[in-house]
Ligand binder design. Structure first.
Ligand SMILES: [Zn+2]
Length: 438
């Protein structure tokens, strides 16, 4: 017969078990709710499911939803008087959701590497007979007139133009690029290109494609085969995502921390621009700081966090906020905008540093004391990110970006895997120290 277990031992054992389970639960909860993993956030925002956070497959709205979820998870509230985190606005934008192929001499080219399409490209499917346009033709009025008239009036629908800049002066190259862009209103254009590909977003569309072809890929083929499909969206809906942490004591004063989350989206169904450095990295830092300020709010300032949309289409989200402020611009003591936070080996540049010297000196001093970054470099005014319309309206604002060996910018190589995150943790602390110094 098996002896009955001692009741007291059983009680102790069950208490111990439940204590352990509880502790495990508390631990796993606090680990789950603690430390937002900024690298993971960056990686998620760069994943193919987010479609380059642009204008194909609702990429930018997927990102907006994700950021709103993070705000919610961190326990941040929408701004007073707002039902949710979103501030909606509209704009026209050109997009490339469909198939995209360019075939040259029987070889299918690699989208994003061998060629890109100008952001304002239109559509064309079929073979194009390429007529040459170069500096010599532009220099001769007769030659140019005869080329344009052939394209306009003697064109069965398959003639296009091949823009060759070889041997041209810098001035002539500019002129040729300008003409190439104009020509896309009347025929498909292939422009040979020897510089780094840097894509962007256009709010308008030409009738035909304008292909920028890496000149080393081209070798005298008179025919190019292309399938390029654009979709012009006349009123694209986008959302700024906004949350805040109230000050410990009731306050009417605000600090803003902002970062754009949109990027360039897809260029054809198979190719997308992950925008890791620009600006999944800055969005992730903003979320990390949202977590830090939620845990330990400022005494005198409410801290507002805005993930802007439409930055790559022309600073549209921040412009919309400035024109339709929820918290009045005169209540903002300082705005810090982060964009391109993924490196930092060479430190950071502070746009508007020379416009607000007192704040800049304070930043430099904090960095010297704490030894965060190799360099805090001053720069003047520049309309290159979402701080711009705020400071134009008199809001003291900085835009900081990291410097380092990573030169992947507005191209398909701006990938999560190519970020060093050299100063990611230091930057999170540094920005926090600086904002808390107000
Ligand atoms: Zn950017």
């Amino acid at each position: 017969m098996k002896p009955l277990p001692n009741l007291w031992d059983m009680y102790i054992e069950s208490m111990l078990k439940s204590f352990l389970t509880c502790t495990a639960l508390v631990l796993s909860f606090s680990i789950g709710a603690q430390e937002l993993d900024g690298r993971k956030v960056t990686e998620t925002l760069c994943s193919p499911d987010f479609h380059g956070r642009g204008y194909v497959n609702g990429g930018d709205s997927i990102a907006a939803q994700y950021i709103a979820q993070q705000f919610e998870r961190l326990g941040l509230a929408p701004l007073p008087g707002q039902k949710n985190y979103f501030q909606e606005f509209n704009f026209p934008v050109n997009s490339f959701p469909g198939e995209m192929t360019v075939v040259l001499g029987g070889k299918t080219l690699v989208t994003g590497e061998d060629y890109i399409v100008a952001p304002n490209s239109g559509s064309f499917t079929g073979e194009v007979e390429l007529l040459r346009l170069d500096a010599a033709i532009v220099a001769s009025e007769d030659a140019l007139t005869s080329l344009v008239s052939e394209l306009r009036f003697d064109n069965p629908g398959n003639k296009g133009v091949l823009v060759i800049k070889e041997g041209a002066s810098d001035e002539q190259k500019k002129t040729l690029s300008g003409i190439a862009s104009e020509m896309a209103s009347i025929v498909p254009v292939v422009e040979l290109y020897d510089a780094k590909f840097t894509w962007s977003v256009s709010r308008e569309a030409k009738k035909y494609p304008h292909v920028l072809l890496r000149d080393s890929v081209y070798s005298d083929e008179p025919i190019v085969e292309m399938k390029i499909v654009n979709k012009f969206i006349s009123s694209h809906k986008a959302n700024n995502v906004i949350a805040y942490v109230p000050a410990k004591k009731r306050s009417k004063k605000y600090i803003f921390l902002t970062a754009h989350y949109d990027h360039l989206g897809r260029m054809g169904a198979d190719t997308y621009f992950p925008g890791a450095n620009d600006n999944a990295s800055g969005t992730a830092i903003m979320l990390r700081l949202a977590e830090a300020f939620k845990k330990n709010p400022m005494k005198k300032y409410n801290v507002v966090f805005i993930a802007f949309a439409g930055e790559e289409a022309g600073l549209l989200g921040s412009k919309y906020y400035v024109d339709h402020p929820i918290v009045g611009l005169n209540k903002i003591r300082f705005l810090m905008n982060t964009d391109i936070m993924g490196s930092g080996e060479e430190g950071i540049t502070v746009v508007n540093g020379s416009v607000f010297p007192e704040e800049f000196d304070s930043m430099v001093k904090i960095n010297e004391e704490k030894g965060y970054l190799k360099q805090v470099k001053v720069r003047g005014k520049a309309a290159n990110s979402d701080h711009y319309f705020f400071s134009e309206m008199g809001v003291p604002a900085f835009f900081i970006y990291t410097m380092g060996p990573n030169k992947n910018y507005h191209d398909i190589f701006d990938q999560y895997e190519n970020l060093s995150f050299a100063e990611f943790d230091d930057l999170t602390l540094f920005i926090q120290d600086f904002l808390r110094s107000f």
